[in-house]
Design a protein around this ligand. Structure first.
Ligand code: NDP
Length: 449
């Protein structure tokens, strides 16, 4: 970046910080995009005149509300919930709901902002949004979760709709929660509509939705490696998380002949230097998805548990952070580089902080950012919306093929916009410019006021 470009970036970021003083995650996400697109953006007089960057970093609206619910013991609890409707230039607002105690407005704004560009990259007509609550579903009974979901939907239903805003799942919101939310929406509105995605397959859900984000991430990683003449087969992959994204990323990696050497949860990580086999994967899936158990209780031949640690210190060629934001920091990035990593493919949203990104860039490590590599989930959600609107359902093979093609197209767009001066493609710049361009063009077309 030239000094003049740096100066423009700084002025813009200072303004953003003043307007959003207590929102570090949101500022980090905006900085990552703004620093990536600034040299290109400054040459676009039409974008600057229409204040596209200023407008795109301000949500269309944020709805904040209280959710009151009752525990099994009859005690009353109150949580805070949000829906951040960020930008609907390309289609109805679309983005998941997160239930986690560390959810704040800043976290949801960063996620909603990222979602705009991710949805744009899929090529499907979807705007960007995110929502959720600081409710912690861990340790709650099914009926407590049900009462929370019903109460949340009592307010949320007025703000969403199949052509307005279509939420989905995210951390802490899986099939169980989506079903409770969807059932309550139908009762309140007295009609069936595809207002939520991630539904059960027997009531309007899409084939392959559960697998889509993890599988899509591996498809993208495979394309990225192939583009640089590297075969994924036989490579060791350190995967973090053991939730929806991590589990299905691990499954697809194993199917492609890679060795999954780690999985983690917030307690620690398991290490399998020779790679997990599909039988072990199935045991872990059952432990996490069905028993809602902890990895610390998992025992198997060749597998060790490391309490309180992250997986970035192990020998591997691929790192796939699939748990949460900022889980991969400078220390972890240095370890990975030292141990011979060649590619990072983000399954989670913004799992790599700015210092770690810089370390990977300096060392010419291939780096697929979440907004490109984890777009498979929202892409299949978009396909679920289409199937609901047409009152049809496609089979596994059909949806998987469409997912595969969407991930391929995203990779191609990143390569087109991210050809860097060194031998490797800069996927971060590529995805940011490609995602931004389409939204900016739509905003320009709609007029400035
Ligand atoms: P899940 O709730 O299914 O799983 C989350 C996993 O991450 C769990 O293993 C959890 O461990 C771990 N985790 C959560 N918070 C922390 C933390 N603070 N420190 C360490 N580990 C943590 O969520 P998903 O798999 O759905 O989502 C994971 C990531 O992928 C998120 O960033 C999400 O936004 C992103 N994503 C998800 C999509 C989807 O389709 N589900 C689509 C696109 C992106 P524990 O159980 O101990 O909390």
């Amino acid at each position: 970046m030239t000094p003049a470009e740096k100066n423009e970036l700084e002025t813009f970021m200072n303004g953003l910080e003043k307007r959003n003083p207590y929102e570090p995650e949101f500022r980090q996400a905006v900085y990552e995009v703004a620093s990536s697109i600034m040299p290109w953006y400054l040459q676009r007089e039409d974008y600057r005149k229409a204040q596209i960057l200023e407008r795109i970093t301000e949500p269309d609206r944020i709805i904040i509300f209280r959710v009151t619910w009752e525990t099994d013991a009859g005690e009353i609890r109150a949580n805070r919930a949000w829906r951040v409707q960020f930008n609907n230039s390309l289609g109805p607002y679309k983005g998941g709901l997160r239930f986690h105690p560390n959810v704040t407005q800043s976290v949801l704004k960063f996620l909603g902002f990222e979602q705009i560009f991710k949805n744009s990259l899929t090529g499907l007509p979807m705007g960007g949004a995110k929502g959720g609550s600081n409710f912690n579903p861990k340790g709650k009974s099914d009926r407590e979760v049900m009462r929370f979901c019903y109460s949340m939907m009592r307010e949320l239903h007025r703000h969403i709709g199949e052509d307005t805003d279509v939420p989905a799942g995210d951390i802490g919101v899986g099939g169980r929660e989506i079903s409770y939310l969807f059932g309550q929406y139908m009762r309140l509105e007295n009609r069936w509509s595809g207002v939520l995605t991630g539904k059960g397959q027997s009531f309007g859900g899409s084939a392959v939705r559960k697998e889509a984000t993890g599988w899509g991430c591996v498809y993208f990683c495979d394309d990225m490696l192939k583009h640089h003449d590297i075969d994924i087969s036989g490579k060791r992959a350190a995967v973090s998380g053991s939730g929806n994204v991590a589990l299905y990323a691990a499954q697809k990696l194993i199917n492609k002949g890679a060795k999954v050497v780690t999985l983690s949860d917030s307690g620690g990580f398991i290490h399998a230097p020779e790679g997990l086999d599909l039988e072990q994967w199935e045991e872990i899936r059952q432990l996490k998805e069905e028993q809602r158990g902890r990895l610390s209780s998992y025992e198997s031949k060749g597998v060790t548990y490391h309490d309180g640690e992250r997986p970035w210190g192990v020998d591997c060629e691929i790192a796939m952070p699939c748990a949460t934001q900022n889980e991969l920091e400078a220390a972890g990035a240095k370890e990975l580089v030292k141990n011979g990593v060649i590619a990072i493919a983000e399954g989670a949203n913004m799992p790599t902080n700015l210092d770690a990104i810089e370390i990977f860039r300096e060392n010419h490590i291939l780096h697929a950012p979440g907004k490109a590599s984890n777009a498979g989930g929202v892409a299949v959600s978009g396909l679920e919306q289409s199937q609901n609107a047409m009152r049809i359902s496609w089979d596994d093979e059909e949806v998987d093929l469409r997912l595969r093609n969407i991930m391929k197209d995203i990779h191609t767009r990143c390569v087109e916009e991210g050809q860097a001066t060194n031998a490797n493609v800069d996927y971060i710049n590529g995805s940011n410019i490609a995602g931004f361009k389409k939204v900016a063009e739509a905003m320009l077309a709609y007029g400035a006021v």
